[in-house]
Design a protein around this ligand. Structure first.
Ligand code: ZN
Length: 59
């Protein structure tokens, strides 16, 4: 796992989540608490497939 960057669905601020700051629920879902508003949100991890490393730039 690596640092995850997600937008909080409640307060719309970016959450930078280090490995020890989110909880892995299963292979593709993590749960994290927003440091801004305290909302607990679930996020999908993308760990396989074409988008695993983010959008390709240029190429
Ligand atoms: Zn928030």
């Amino acid at each position: 796992m690596s640092t995850q960057v997600r937008t909080c669905p409640k307060c719309s601020q970016l959450m930078w989540l280090k490995t020890d700051e989110y909880e892995v629920l299963d292979d593709e879902t993590v749960r994290a608490k927003c440091p801004h508003c305290g909302n607990t949100a679930r996020f999908k991890l993308v760990t396989v497939g074409a988008n695993a490393l983010g959008p390709k730039m240029g190429h």
